[in-house]
Design a protein around this ligand. Structure first.
Ligand code: AMP
Ligand code: MG
Length: 416
């Protein structure tokens, strides 16, 4: 029987999807704020955007040329040029038969004109800068009504919803918002993620190694992941394997009103694994074991009301725990519409063994003869960060599968 998706702490092993569901149920989006468009790139929209104007806002020329009635473009005629319409101006003239107006790209089409003949299709040399409009022009090419004209509302109409709440604003959304004159928009606040490492063996990156010590690396990898998910960062540093030190650093996250805490290490069954204990005593433990590889011990709960992730200490496990569980949680926290992560299909370039747990293997995927082929990047130990450095994707082996022959079709998640 599957466990309930909310409620009391779960101490048995959850499947990856059950764990993800429990996490998403427990996370709420941050509040919203009004932001100037200048500071909106990459942020998450908190209300639908409805166009306040038609786009384009007026009929205009899509080329540099001559605006006329279509009938005057038939059989190479020479006609009078009665106006010169530059972009950014507007003209009240009306074009009659036998007349035209020189017009620049983006300038409003004058009344009476039906189409625009490109300057290249006339006897006028448009390449000379500042060349005044000619008095007469010979039209060398026939155009049909509407040709080289962008009609008002061709792209979108006033009142249309053009960007939905929960969208991350990419370059193209930024361009559209500016086109619509949206100087200020309502966004979700950028969440604050507090990041903690723990372990007596960890030395700062600039220190020389001494016996038994290693450089602390998870905070660097996890900070980069958190920033890629749009978080503000609060660095809580490296806690000793001591309940007091862990607790006092977590209190800094409470003081700073962090929206989420991500820590690594200290969540397994080692004698000095205190992180889980602190969450159990001072917070709420939701679960701490997931049936996956790597990264089985992964704590999720709350510390003084703040959602808390205790990732495993091994660098590869911490990275994968982030991608599988923390990233979707941060998406929801930041207001983004959470969708299942897109995967691709690839062919295995070698046989692989698994242990029946849902596994995330480090692979390099290359295109060979029109197919994506995935191969393991060296040994798959959960401490071997090089296996991730050489990888461009994670290969997902479903639970229950113990071996896959070469050429099997597999699912992969590209990693940036
Ligand atoms: P633990 O979860 O505390 O048992 O740690 C598991 C493994 O991950 C140990 O080999 C630790 O030394 C290593 N480890 C834990 N935290 C970090 C960190 N922040 N940077 C690099 N390695 C770490
Ligand atoms: Mg440890």
């Amino acid at each position: 029987m599957s466990p309930p998706s909310t409620g009391a702490a779960t101490f048995f092993m959850l499947s990856v999807s059950e764990a993800r569901e429990r996490i998403l149920v427990a996370i709420q989006s941050v509040e919203t704020q009004t932001v100037s468009l200048d500071h909106a790139a990459g942020r998450i929209l908190a209300s639908d955007i409805t166009a306040g104007i038609d786009l384009p806002p007026f009929d205009n020329s899509s080329v540099d040329g001559f605006a006329l009635q279509a009938a005057d473009s038939v059989n190479v005629q020479t006609i009078r040029v009665i106006a010169d319409i530059r972009a950014g101006t507007s003209s009240t003239i009306a074009i009659e038969r036998g007349e035209c107006a020189r017009i620049m790209t983006g300038a409003p089409l004058p009344k009476g004109a039906e189409a625009v003949v490109m300057v290249e299709d006339t006897n006028f040399d448009g390449r000379i800068p500042d060349h005044a409009a000619p008095r007469m022009i010979t039209i060398n090419k026939q155009v049909h009504p509407g040709e080289n004209v962008r009609q008002r509302g061709d792209d979108l109409h006033k009142g249309e919803t053009v960007i939905s709440k929960g969208t991350r604003l990419r370059a193209q959304e930024m361009g559209l918002l500016a086109t619509l004159g949206a100087a200020e928009i309502i966004l979700y606040r950028k969440p604050l993620l507090a990041l903690l490492s723990s372990g007596d063996e960890l030395l700062p990156v600039e220190a020389d190694l001494t016996p038994g010590k290693i450089h602390e690396s998870n905070s660097y990898a996890l900070a980069a992941l958190a920033e890629s998910a749009g978080m503000e960062l609060l660095r809580l540093g490296v806690a000793k394997d001591s309940e007091t030190d862990i607790r006092s650093r977590l209190e800094k996250a409470v003081e700073a009103k962090a929206d989420v805490i991500v820590s690594s290490a200290g969540v397994s069954v080692g004698a000095f694994d205190y992180v889980r204990k602190v969450i159990e005593t001072d917070g709420e433990l939701n679960f701490w074991k997931i049936n996956m590889r790597p990264g089985k011990p992964l704590v999720f709960g709350k510390y003084r009301g703040i959602p808390f992730f205790g990732l495993p200490g091994n660098p590869v496990s911490a990275f994968i725990g982030f991608e599988v569980f923390v990233r979707p949680a941060l998406e929801k926290l930041s207001g983004l519409t959470v969708r299942p992560r897109p995967y691709q299909n690839a062919i295995l370039g070698q046989p692989i063994e698994s242990d029946g747990r849902e596994s995330y293997l480090r692979v390099v995927v290359v295109e060979e003869n029109g197919r994506l082929v995935a191969r393991l990047t060296g040994h798959q130990g959960s401490g071997n960060i090089l296996s991730l450095v050489c990888a461009n994707a994670l290969l997902i082996v479903p639970s229950g599968v113990k071996s896959l022959p070469a050429s099997s079709e597999v699912k992969i998640w590209p990693i940036a």
